[in-house]
Design a protein around this ligand. Sequence first.
Ligand SMILES: [Zn+2]
Length: 106
Amino acid sequence: MAEINLKLKKGDLVKVVSGKEKGKQAKILKTFPKRRKLILENLFLVKKIRRPRKAGEKGEIINLAMPVSVSKVMLVCPSCNKAVRVGYSFKSKEKTRVCKSCGNKV
Ligand SMILES: [Zn+2]
């Protein structure tokens, strides 16, 4: 079975290219390769009410980050500072992720 590769990983800075958060940048907090989704820091939040578990406790409103499709984001290249497509280079037998715009390692 082929390895599922999102080309993006936890900690990457990405730019949202469609949807309600379009144009914003955020860090990837988590990836779900099988579902081709990821969770971004402080974006696509929904408010959820956490019910009190004990009598006398107050329910609280928490912000939950919803997973977004990888197709909605692009990596922000640290070298050219643009939202770019990424590819792989196999020079020196090692697989390196590279920016398709400037060719630098990302
Ligand atoms: Zn670049």
